[in-house]
Design a protein around this ligand. Structure first.
Ligand code: C2E
Ligand code: CA
Ligand code: CA
Ligand code: CA
Length: 279
């Protein structure tokens, strides 16, 4: 039996073997993914339902490998983190998202914010600010059109470190969003200490919002928190009209989810952005 550090014992099982070898397989292929151009980004719009306008997009990593097929980021990002590959992959994601957003601006699309997910390992490193600066400089994107999505737990691990990093980024004009908000362990008193611009209500609260009063109550509380702290608010994972109506009745009007669009390749996203322009 193997001790996993939390007062429980896990017993060796054949499926652990399978998982370990699958992981090794991913790791081996992931090492070559960048040089073989197998990584790409999809973009999912954040829509303001009152105006119908796209306010921004979230960049979401995709990995297409000839042998493994399409690998979900929930499978390969953790491997990238544990192997240190996240350093080069994360840097590529940041640069590609910035370059894409700059290109859209150069094509005459009204400027929008591109949001990039930052992993815990990237956030823990000491060179995040330098990496972000380099990406902006290399692509010519102005800092106000970049937002970084981090999670509450990243703030709580080393609060002083987190505060210092976020203050530098905010001073540059880069936005900070708290992703999956409500699922972590943040103390609300802490929140005001960090220069956060945007809260993203986690999909788990949106999923049954129209049928579960407790989820609606949570969202109502987050809406009033965002209002009193002057934060932007986005609801994630809006799939059906009933969810949207319920969110709107709670005074939450910016949505990201399949109801409007799945994450799509850059070219398709560009046409969504053009459609969202006032004519
Ligand atoms: P996330 O940051 O919470 O991203 C939102 C996820 O929800 C995305 O999954 C998106 O495709 C999915 N989604 C959006 N709208 C809907 C909806 O209406 N219904 C449902 N059921 N799902 C929806 P995806 O792209 O598979 O990414 C999963 C997670 O992987 C992300 O969760 C994020 O934590 C991580 N990830 C993705 N791209 C990156 C990246 O570039 N860097 C890092 N560090 N992590 C990434
Ligand atoms: Ca995210
Ligand atoms: Ca999220
Ligand atoms: Ca999530």
């Amino acid at each position: 039996a193997k001790h996993d550090g939390r007062n429980t014992f896990r017993f060796y099982a054949p499926e652990m073997d399978k998982r370990a070898s699958e992981r090794l397989l991913i790791e081996n292929h992931l090492r070559r993914a960048l040089s073989r151009n197998e990584l790409l980004l999809h973009y999912q719009p954040k829509v303001d339902s009152r105006s119908g306008r796209v306010l921004g997009v979230e960049a979401l990593a995709r990995w297409e490998n000839p042998e493994l097929g399409l690998v979900s980021p929930t499978r390969f990002i953790p491997v990238a983190e544990e192997t240190g590959l996240i350093e080069s992959i994360g840097d590529w994601i940041l640069r590609t998202a910035c370059a894409q957003n700059k290109q859209w601006q150069d094509e005459g699309i009204p400027p929008i914010v591109v949001a990039v997910n930052i992993s815990a390992t990237q956030f823990r490193r000491n060179d995040l600010v330098r990496t972000v600066c380099a990406a902006l400089e290399a692509t010519g994107l102005a800092p106000q059109w970049l937002e970084l999505e981090i999670t509450e737990s990243m703030l709580m691990q080393r609060p002083e470190h987190a505060e210092a990093i976020l203050r530098q980024l905010a001073a540059m004009g880069v936005g900070i969003a708290l992703d999956d908000f409500g699922t972590g362990y943040s103390s609300l008193a802490y929140l005001k200490r960090f220069p956060v611009r945007n809260l993203k209500i986690d999909r788990s609260f949106v999923q049954e919002i129209h049928t579960a009063p407790s989820d609606a109550a949570i969202v109502r509380a987050v809406v009033s928190l965002a209002k009193s702290m002057d934060l932007d608010l986005v609801a994630e994972g809006v799939e059906v009209r009933e969810q949207l109506d319920c969110l709107a009745s709670l005074d939450c009007h910016v949505y990201q989810g399949y109801y409007f669009s799945k994450p799509v390749p850059a070219a398709l996203c560009a046409s969504l952005l053009r459609q969202s322009m006032p004519v």
